[in-house]
Structures are given as structure tokens and as C-alpha cells.
Design a protein around this ligand. Structure first.
Ligand SMILES: Nc1ncnc2c1ncn2[C@@H]1O[C@H](COP(=O)(O)OP(=O)(O)O)[C@@H](O)[C@H]1O
Ligand SMILES: [Mg+2]
Length: 283
């Protein structure tokens, strides 16, 4: 060890200052080491996240391509199906084929079912941008109501509409009509005769709520988890595409669908968030 010589108090003070600076530098170096370690960890996590996202995007892209292919295929398959249906109808009316009448009916029914699946799938796969227009949801419902009442009446059921004062929303009329029809039809299908379907609109805070309530038997937990999965259906003639379409439409409108289900019925609640203010009004 080299002994330090101090000629004056000043020297001593300088030495103490230097020592203190050295200690501070050492502490800083330690802190820096810790910072570098933390940043490296964070970077590692970010890289992993990026890799996961890249995989997710690649998967989505593949799914998108498959979806487009399926939509194209569906579209192409519909034309020959129409021809086949036409011939079947023609043969069905021939007296010499009367014994096979039941088979023809069955074939036509099956073709119609396949056609419904394709139509629903194409509606779901269509990547059309929404055409938003500021309007009142109650007006849309008022126009649809006679159709819903007729639908309900033909099944021996009732349909009520209880609108409250709500603010206007930016809506794509065609899509929201589809959403209402799908929810209402599901509700009607869930009920036995004499059941009532109730459609309400009301405000909850700043949000507009559309509620579709049925008097069916409710939905099992096991089924509840699968709702919205394409092709999930518990109906003999269902397509399982109605709810996926509703979820997609709600999503396009930044709306959320909540399901409340009990043994005496199910309510689908669509919550439309407060509209973004007009750009002109901002500032
Ligand atoms: N209101 C409801 N009450 C009971 N079950 C429902 C209701 N809405 C939907 N479901 C269930 O969700 C499934 C999927 O519905 P959906 O996607 O519209 O297809 P689909 O009506 O063709 O079966 C239905 O088969 C049914 O089991
Ligand atoms: Mg349905």
C-alpha cells in the first residue's frame, strides 16, 4: 500500500472529496449494472412478445386466406346447386316418379339447408367496410317490428317492443338489422308456444342498450362457453353462424354483447358505447 502524504489540510480535503467521488462512481456503476440487467430482461420479453405476435399474425393471415377461399368456393358451389334444385323440382312434378316424391322433397330440403349455410357463411366472411350513418336505433326497430311480429305470430308466439328515449348512434343499418333479426330469431326459436319475446332499448349512463329477452329455458353453461363459435349449433336445422355474425357486427360498432341466462329465459344485451364527438365539435 502506498502511504499518502498530505502537505496541507487542503490536500487532505481534496483526497476526501476524491474518495467520496470514487464511492459515488462505484455506486453509479452498480446501479448502471442493475439497469442494464433490467433493460436486457425487458428487451428479452419484448422480443418474445414480438415473436408470439408474428406467429399470431401468420396464423391469422392463413385463416384469412382459408376464409377467402371458402367464401369463393361457397359462391361457386351455389350456381350448380341452383341447377340441381331446378331439375329436382321438375322431376318431382312428373307423375311417373310419384313414388319417389318424398325423396325429391328431402333432396330439395337438404339443398335449401346447404344454401342457407353458404348464404350465412358468405355474410359472415364478407369483409365489407361498415357504412355508418347517424341514426336512431328505435327507428330501425320500428321498421323491423312488423316483420318480427309476423315471424313470432307464425310460430304462435308474441313479440313486444318497449323503446325508451335514446341518443342517436353511428350504425350500419343493414348490419344492425341482421344483428336484431338473428337475436330475435334465436329468442323465438328458444321458446315454446305462447312465449313472448321482448325487445327494449334504454340508456345506461352514456351507453345505449339494446336488449332482446326471451322466455326460453336458458342456456347451459357448457353451451354458453361455445356461443359465437362458428358452426356451433344445438338445432337440427341450425347453421351456427347467426351469433358469430352478431359478435362480428357488434365488434364493428365497438359494441359489446352480454348474455344473461336463467332457467326461465335468456337476455342478450348489446351495449353501444357513447358516440365519439363530431370532429367539428372538438377543439
Ligand atoms: N336465446 C337463446 N336461447 C337459448 N339458446 C340460444 C339462444 N341464442 C342462441 N342460442 C344457442 O346458440 C346456438 C348458436 O346460435 P346461432 O349462432 O344463432 O346458430 P343457430 O341459430 O343456427 O343454431 C344455438 O343453436 C343455441 O343453442
Ligand atoms: Mg340463430
Amino acid at each position: 500500500m502506498i502511504a499518502a502524504k498530505f502537505c496541507s489540510i487542503k490536500d487532505w480535503e481534496n483526497f476526501v472529496d476524491l474518495k467520496r467521488e470514487l464511492i459515488e462512481l462505484k455506486t453509479q456503476r452498480l446501479n448502471l449494472g442493475k439497469m442494464v440487467e433490467d433493460i436486457t430482461k425487458k428487451l428479452k420479453k419484448e422480443v418474445e412478445k414480438k415473436e408470439r405476435l408474428e406467429l399470431e399474425i401468420a396464423k391469422l393471415e392463413r385463416l384469412h386466406i382459408i376464409g377467402q377461399l371458402a367464401a369463393g368456393l361457397g359462391h361457386e358451389v351455389r350456381n350448380p346447386m341452383t341447377t340441381i334444385r331446378g331439375f329436382l323440382q321438375m322431376l318431382q312434378s312428373k307423375t311417373e316418379l310419384f313414388t319417389y316424391k318424398h325423396y325429391f322433397e328431402l333432396m330439395i330440403e337438404e339443398l335449401d339447408r346447404a344454401n342457407t349455410i353458404i348464404t350465412d357463411y358468405l355474410a359472415l366472411a364478407k369483409d365489407k367496410p361498415a357504412e355508418m350513418k347517424r341514426q336512431c336505433l328505435n327507428k330501425l326497430l320500428e321498421n323491423l317490428f312488423p316483420l318480427l311480429v309476423a315471424d313470432a305470430y307464425s310460430q304462435g308466439k308474441k313479440c313486444n317492443f318497449e323503446p325508451e328515449d335514446i341518443v342517436e348512434l353511428d350504425l350500419d343499418s343493414n348490419e344492425i338489422t341482421q344483428l336484431i333479426l338473428n337475436l330475435a330469431r334465436n329468442g323465438l326459436e328458444a321458446m315454446t308456444q305462447d312465449g313472448s319475446l321482448t325487445i327494449k332499448t334504454f340508456m345506461d349512463g352514456q351507453s345505449v342498450i339494446l336488449s332482446v329477452k326471451d322466455e326460453g329455458k336458458g342456456i347451459d353453461q357448457e353451451h354458453l362457453e361455445k356461443l359465437g363459435t362458428p358452426f356451433f349449433t344445438t338445432k337440427e336445422n341450425g347453421t351456427g353462424l347467426g351469433l358469430p355474425m352478431c359478435f362480428r357486427i357488434a365488434n364493428k360498432h365497438n359494441a359489446q354483447i352480454k348474455i344473461e341466462t336463467k332457467l326461465d329465459g335468456t337476455t342478450f344485451l348489446v351495449r353501444f358505447p357513447p358516440r365519439k364527438s363530431d370532429p367539428l365539435n372538438e377543439s
